[in-house]
Design a protein around this ligand. Sequence first.
Ligand code: IPD
Length: 267
Amino acid sequence: MTTKHLEAETADLLELALSAARVAGGMLLVDRPADLGVAATKSSPTDVVTEMDTAAEKLIVDFLRARRPHDGFLGEEGAGEAGESGIRWVVDPIDGTVNYLYGLPAWCVSIAAEDADGAIVGVVEVPTQRETFHAVRGGGAFRNGVAVRANTGIPMDRALVATGFGYTVERRTRQAEVVRQLLPAVRDIRRYGSAAIDLCALACGRVDAYYERGLNPWDVAAGGLIAAEAGASVGVLRVEDDGSNLVVGAASPLYEELAATLEQLGA
Ligand code: IPD
């Protein structure tokens, strides 16, 4: 493929990802039952969220498949197809599900297109904040169309660090211990509840760093590219026996310092 063709295809992938994320984000915002949080105290609230999650993923996958029938798919709600085009879409219809359930604003739609070298396009749509983050590999990162950069030159004891916690008791017990030891060494910790939004916050300087163990590919595919294109180093460290890895993001040299500290703490 010539450079021109590649650029045209990338632009096409970006347009499709932006459109799919906008449509799904709009649907999730408008169709969210007003009493969803109240339902949380009743019978089976998660079913409603699962329904919304599944409907949003179907909307995204159907939209993309109609336009690019040969692509592969990997989605949190089960989409999984190898495809034949060399492009795979990685979709998280709602990242920040618990926030969505409770009516908190930090949830988003995350869509990435990957080729053999990793993410080529990433879009994170945050409907409640009217924010769209996007990046194209080698082309920078943007918030509502305006270029963003990660903070640089932040020493660790001044760093605002975002993190997240997994869902199992074992994992979060260990994560709590790591946070206990890390907290005195940094400015403060933030836990928004959406890995993709954390990575976008890193990209636009709302936090200085981010780390979390045990993320799934759909949590990190789009946000990871956006943070990297904003100048942060984003690394996948310490794969453990259970297959879980530690994602760390920050601009250098904070990245190296934080990664070494997390390593020491057994994060
Ligand atoms: C979760 C969020 C959360 C992170 C968890 C993820 P979900 O994704 O990104 O911030 O701490 O590890 O699983 O379940 O809301 O799609």
